[in-house]
Design a protein around this ligand. Structure first.
Ligand code: PA5
Length: 449
């Protein structure tokens, strides 16, 4: 297999070589080629959820209303609270964390709620909002998800007490289905502004809809550049030649390694600002592939931090995993190690080197060490972390997971397994309609019904 060089993303597969022979790669290449044709012809399972393919190009044409709303929120708010869970917040958080400074830039701060059920977090958030100008973007495709609905009930009341009903309603934007769901009803009744999530786009593929784009624009990120990066990647991902199509290459490697018993993929970024990109990736790949008893388990680490925790296992533990490094070849901002006369800390050998250079050698050293330890590893290399490359990266992952899912002969676009815990939780919380299940569960738990 050839490594390819292109503008937005480069895959280096050198450290997978001894683990994959040519026949294995050729078989995977055939499977991915077939998956590409299923995707292109829209003939596979879940083909009514392929709206994500055209979103970036469509988004570029329809940006103005979203931009206007984002500008208004930026002008009137110190804080935007994004209320949502899973695909309804991870994409925004991934992009915002990747592209804004970790300690803020003086613009509207974006914070998150409704992505878990923790009352102390919410109390602390309410205290954080005191005395600040606040807007809310509540996001739920179904409009019925418990976690964001609960948090929003609390936040909505807080907004009404703080601003009065009219101004509170003006400061709340709902992103939800055009017609269905409790959030749509609340938004219509209260007169919230709203953006619509298209029917043919699943939650984890929705980052290039208003689900992701509105909070991203409020954070001051160049949304056009993000979408342009994704559009450019779409063109590359349509290429039938694996040498110039990074999604083809990545899907092929994943397929070949999975079929050689590598059931866990560790995405190892070397940039803390990409932590939520790896969280978003985990959801995208876990929910898309993990079904019918199949699929790679997606795990993620952030290095070099996690080389001091998970590094031991990866180097030396059970040999059932492979690693995909995520690395930016040049830094947006950097610091050079200063020289010290007495060299008391023994670091003068690094004086004059940038942190980016030290980080790069850490990445190279890790790749070689893990390879020697029996862990095949590939690298996804970005020229830099910027709006265009992040847009390209997310689109590249979306295409890869569609190809990987079709190669596994599963439906990459549904998530039937996530309902089980919800039914149990509703029954245990005595939600009307769940009485029979409640009796069964309480017997199981040895409790009184
Ligand atoms: O990818 C998915 O479909 C899920 O992760 C959803 O995004 C998540 O469950 C939130 O659902 P909703 O947007 O309906 O509140």
């Amino acid at each position: 297999m050839n490594d390819s060089t292109n503008e937005l993303i480069r895959i280096d597969a050198e450290n997978t070589r001894p683990f994959l022979d040519e026949p294995a790669l050729a078989a995977s290449q055939d499977r991915i080629r077939e998956a590409m044709s299923v995707l292109r012809n829209r003939s596979g399972a879940g083909n009514d959820f392929l709206g994500w393919i055209d979103l970036p190009a469509e988004g570029l044409e329809r940006l103005q209303p979203l931009r206007d709303t984002a500008e208004e929120i930026r002008a009137e708010s110190d804080v935007l609270v994004v209320v949502g869970i899973g695909g309804s917040y991870l994409g925004a958080r991934a992009v915002i964390d990747a592209l804004t400074p970790p300690f803020g830039d003086g613009g509207t701060e974006v914070v998150y709620a409704g992505n878990h059920i923790d009352g102390s977090y919410l109390q602390s958030l309410l205290r954080h909002l005191e005395g600040k100008r606040v807007s809310i973007n509540v996001i739920s495709k179904s409009g019925t998800t418990t976690e964001p609905a609960l948090a929003f009930r609390v936040l909505r009341q807080w907004m009404q007490e703080r601003y009065g009903p009219g101004e509170a309603a003006r400061r709340i934007v709902a992103t939800t289905d055009a017609e269905k769901g409790a959030l749509r009803s609340v938004a219509d009744e209260e007169g919230y502004r709203s953006f619509v999530i298209p029917d043919d786009v699943g939650g984890r593929f929705s980052v290039f809809t208003p689900v992701g784009l509105l909070p991203i624009a409020v954070a001051g990120i160049d949304v056009s550049a993000l979408l342009e990066g994704a559009v450019a990647m779409r063109d590359q991902c349509a290429d039938a030649d694996p040498a110039t199509n990074p999604a083809f290459q990545y899907a092929m490697l994943r397929d070949a390694l999975y079929r050689r018993g590598r059931y866990i993929e560790v995405l190892a970024s070397f940039h803390p600002e990409l932590h939520y990109v790896t969280e978003w990736w985990k959801q995208l790949f876990g929910e898309s592939e993990g079904k019918d008893g199949k699929g790679l388990f997606p795990a993620a680490v952030t290095n070099t931090t996690d080389l001091h925790s998970m590094g031991q296992y990866i180097q030396d533990g059970r040999r059932m995993l492979f690693e995909t490094f995520l690395f930016a070849e040049s830094a947006r901002e950097d610091i050079v190690v200063p020289e010290e006369q007495d060299d008391a800390d023994g670091l003068n050998y690094l004086a004059g080197h940038s942190f980016a250079e030290v980080n790069r050698q850490a990445m190279r050293g890790t790749a070689l060490a893990h390879h020697a330890g029996g862990v095949p590893n590939a690298a996804i290399l970005l020229p830099e972390i910027n709006a265009a490359t992040v847009g390209a990266l997310l689109y590249f992952f979306e295409t890869t997971v569609a190809l990987s899912g079709y190669a596994l002969e599963i439906n990459p676009f549904n998530q039937p397994g996530v309902e089980e815990y919800k039914r149990n939780m509703f029954a245990l919380l005595r939600k009307p309609g769940y009485e029979e299940l409640r009796q069964k569960l309480t017997r199981q738990l040895g409790e009184e019904g």
